[in-house]
Design a binder for this molecule. Structure first.
Ligand code: HEM
Length: 440
């Protein structure tokens, strides 16, 4: 049973939302519950099939179940905010890494259900929980953990005795035309995607994971994101507006929807035959920090902007069509016989029918990071996140196609400045830790 800490009063929470403090009071009244097994009526928005092994049937209001067949934060409809952290491992001891993953799993299970961490609230020592999320609802917090290529081998060293278990699909990404990567915003032994509707809840989660890992891991880079750029909410087409990226265009119209299980199995989840066994039910995530030359973009005509993307800016409809979700008329020609959607428009080159059938689940966020001192403009762009079954067959050829000779028109306005790839293992049952199968 967790202590409620030094606080005594519950603060009012939004209707239908259970605050951390109210929750803790609930626990106190009801007795000890396992993480994620609280009783406030199901209102999960996770697309993880209910009844999946280890999934608690009763979940906390405003929360996404932590336990399940897949890690949350992939098929889950995108929350409003992102904080991504990549960590370097500082230890050479395999058991210390296992302990860390075990502690992170337990903390993630608690935090995603709105629980306060630990039980140390004596005045003589620092509290186990840093406290800034007390009183806040779970805010659909998800914490998604993955392993980078350097986890398995670094400078030829098999650091944790798992080199032979590195999935072939987890190869370091190759260089792409136009890349200008900053090593300090790239790579990492472990990657942690934290998403929540409240940025303070996301901050609290990554801060406390960092704190728990002190001495075992150190943060290598982190990225804040806002304004999700992935309209893959279930029912988006009918009910929810697709969000806009910082170029002002709707982004995520043609994306994989997490509830489309057939497509998720085909393009996102690692299958049993894909190997290795410890990745079955997981996925690979590619992150790319993509800076936008927004000043140049802003001086570009509306017509040219629309030709660059291939869609109308206001409605999001493909050029030559009427509605946002209309089929993209890639072969439609105007009276002069020219293609209505430019031959080098972004959506043409990225479309499965033109890229060899590749599909990925995009889950990116916009970012701004202060001022670009060379131009005195806002440094801003897209923190591109994409989940897939095999980056060698999906992201790598697609990005070569966009960045290479065919030359996406968008390249004039963007530059990739950070890059990482992580193997995200499947979800866990209670009592187990994320990535446990790797060490078996
Ligand atoms: C700053 C960089 C980028 C911006 C601003 C951007 C913007 C957009 C926009 C506005 C759309 C149309 C709406 C939609 O269907 O979602 C789109 C579609 C798409 N983008 Fe990007 N994108 C960027 C980078 C990338 C990258 C790096 C990739 C993959 C390597 C990618 C893959 C796709 C795909 C697959 C589609 C859907 C195409 C279709 O099937 O119609 N994008 N993007």
């Amino acid at each position: 049973l967790k202590s409620r800490g030094p606080f005594t009063d519950d603060e009012p929470a939004a209707p239908g939302v259970v605050s951390r403090r109210a929750l803790l009071g609930g626990i106190g009244a009801a007795g000890a519950f396992g993480a994620g097994a609280l009783l406030f009526g199901a209102c999960s928005s996770d697309a993880t099939p209910s009844g999946a092994p280890g999934t608690s049937s009763a979940v906390v209001a405003d929360s996404v179940p932590f336990f399940g067949a897949h890690q949350a934060g992939i098929a889950t409809p995108s929350q409003d905010r992102l904080l991504f952290g990549a960590f370097d491992i500082l230890t050479t001891e395999t058991h210390a890494v296992q302990d860390l993953l075990s502690a992170w799993t337990a903390a993630a299970a608690d935090m995603t259900q709105g629980q306060e961490l630990g039980n140390n609230n004596t005045l003589a020592a620092p509290a186990d929980d840093t406290g800034e999320a007390l009183g806040l609802p779970p805010s659909k917090l998800t914490i998604t953990i993955g392993f980078g290529p350097t986890f398995f081998e670094q400078h030829g060293v098999d650091r944790f005795g798992v080199k032979a278990k590195r999935p072939a699909a987890l190869a370091p990404l190759p260089a792409f035309a136009g890349d200008n990567l900053d090593p300090q915003s790239s790579d990492g032994d472990l990657g942690v995607q934290v998403c929540a509707d409240d940025p303070q809840v996301a901050f609290h989660a990554l801060r406390n994971l960092t704190r728990i890992g002190k001495g075992t891991v150190g943060l290598r880079w982190s990225q804040l994101g806002f304004g999700r750029t992935s309209g893959h909410q279930s029912g988006d087409a009918e009910t929810k507006a697709t969000p806009r990226n910082l170029l002002g265009f709707k982004d995520g119209t043609n994306n994989i929807v997490g509830t489309d299980l057939a497509t998720m199995n085909e393009d996102v989840w690692v299958g049993a035959a894909d190997g290795p066994a410890w990745m079955h039910g997981g996925a690979y995530v590619v992150t790319r920090r993509i800076n936008m030359r927004i000043e140049i973009w802003d001086r570009n005509s509306l017509g040219d902007q629309e030709q660059t993307i291939g869609r109308a800016k206001a409605s999001g409809a493909p050029l030559g069509a009427h509605g946002e979700f209309d089929l993209v008329p890639l072969t439609l020609k105007d009276k002069a016989g020219a293609l209505v959607i430019d031959p080098l428009a972004h959506i043409r080159l990225a479309a499965p029918s033109e890229n060899g059938g590749i599909r990925i689940l995009r889950r990116g966020y916009s970012f701004t990071d202060g001022v670009d001192l060379t131009t005195a403009n806002l440094e801003a762009g897209l923190f591109f996140i994409a989940y897939m079954r095999d980056p060698r067959k999906q992201f790598v050829p697609l990005q070569h196609h966009l960045a290479g000779k065919t030359h996406d028109r968008l390249n004039e306005y963007i530059q990739h400045t950070g890059s990482a790839v992580f193997a995200v293992p499947p979800g866990v049952r209670e009592g187990h830790f994320i990535g446990e199968g790797l060490f078996r």
